[in-house]
Ligand binder design. Structure first.
Ligand SMILES: C[S@@+](CC[C@H](N)C(=O)[O-])C[C@H]1O[C@@H](n2cnc3c(N)ncnc32)[C@H](O)[C@@H]1O
Length: 315
């Protein structure tokens, strides 16, 4: 017997193809393979001499990438988080030789929709939320151990939740009675503690996002991934990043801006002989999905795409 098949609809697909605009023999790194929606469309643009590296930290995404690689010899699969991106690309001898990098951040629809992954307050399941085994312990362990202050900080800083302390207290009281091991139970506790329910927004939305970002170290991963992406790009190569919430987009926006200005703080590898240290040129500003796309795929509604190009190295 086989289980349900969860699918993912790629977001801002036309805009990504236009941004990366791969030549037929290009080498493209899809750093967030998911279920390969963007990857398949990019492969359709590549000729027989093109190459697509598929990276993801999620074992189910990697299994999907391996299925694609078995059908298409241009696909190479590299499993791991962004923090290891430079190493895995280095092992393939491709640092400075990648023509396009795509980072479509956050979670995929299969991760959200499969109750056994424990990401969603809408489907009851084990309170897990790990994107991959590299993320360490499941969310239930963190909820069992985190202090009141730590929970408050995570909910406030990563979830931008106004009632962070009140909710953290609700969790503390509930876990003293019985361990919180399911998404359904956590959603119930947060809903009961939340004093201001918003229209069209589940009261546990911000807390679930905060826990997910925290246990997967997602914001640190984004910084590490951006630095590695710039390092692996060939001069003239393009970087396209889609983010889904303001904290993530702020990191991307600042990172690209600092790399364009040559800010020495965030620069990961200096370019010898380049006095400004600028490594990127931003192409356009923030792009948003069309109204038609949001209507067809509501999960696209919060997407922001930013694009940059790796500068030529100074002689
Ligand atoms: C929005 S989905 C990508 C969907 C994909 N573009 C598609 O069309 O099917 C994001 C994917 O990135 C992966 N991911 C998120 N953060 C990651 C990280 N730090 N390192 C590696 N993969 C990551 C997730 O596991 C997920 O599969």
């Amino acid at each position: 017997m086989t289980g349900p098949v969860y699918t993912h609809q790629p977001v801002m697909l036309e805009e990504v193809l236009e941004a990366l605009d791969p030549a037929p023999d290009a080498c493209i790194l899809d750093a967030t393979f998911g279920r390969g929606g963007h990857a398949r469309a990019l492969l359709a643009k590549l000729g027989p001499g093109g190459r697509l590296l598929a990276l993801d930290r999620d074992p189910e995404a990697i299994a999907a990438a391996e299925t694609l690689a078995a059908e298409d010899a241009r696909v190479e699969v590299v499993a791991g988080p962004f923090a290891e991106l430079a190493n895995v690309v280095g092992d393939l001898g491709l640092v400075g030789r990648v023509d396009g990098v795509l980072m479509d951040l956050g979670v995929s629809s299969p991760q959200l929709d499969d109750p056994t992954r424990g990401f969603s307050f809408q489907h009851d399941g084990p309170l897990d939320m790990r994107m991959g085994s590299d993320a360490g312990a499941p969310a239930a362990d963190w909820i069992a151990r985190a202090s009141l202050d730590e929970m408050t900080r995570v909910f406030r800083e990563l979830g931008e939740e106004r009632y962070a302390r009140r909710i953290a207290r609700g969790i503390e009281t509930a876990r003293a009675e019985a361990p919180i091991t399911t998404t359904g139970r956590l959603a119930e506790i947060v809903s009961a503690a939340h004093p201001a329910w918003e229209r069209d927004k589940h009261p546990a939305t911000r807390v679930f996002l905060a826990i997910r970002l925290h246990i997967n170290g997602e914001l640190d991963q984004v910084v590490a991934g951006l630095a590695a992406a710039v390092d692996v790009l060939a001069p003239g190569g393009r970087l396209a990043v889609i983010s889904f919430h303001s904290l993530e987009d702020r990191i991307v926006k600042r990172y690209l801006r600092d790399q364009e200005r040559g800010d020495p703080v965030l620069r990961s590898l200096p370019i010898p002989g380049d006095p400004s240290g600028a490594r990127l040129r931003r192409i356009g500003g923030a792009r948003r999905p069309t109204a038609a796309e949001v209507q067809a795929n509501p999960r696209a509604r919060s997407a922001t795409l930013r694009v940059a190009q790796r500068l030529e190295e100074a002689a």
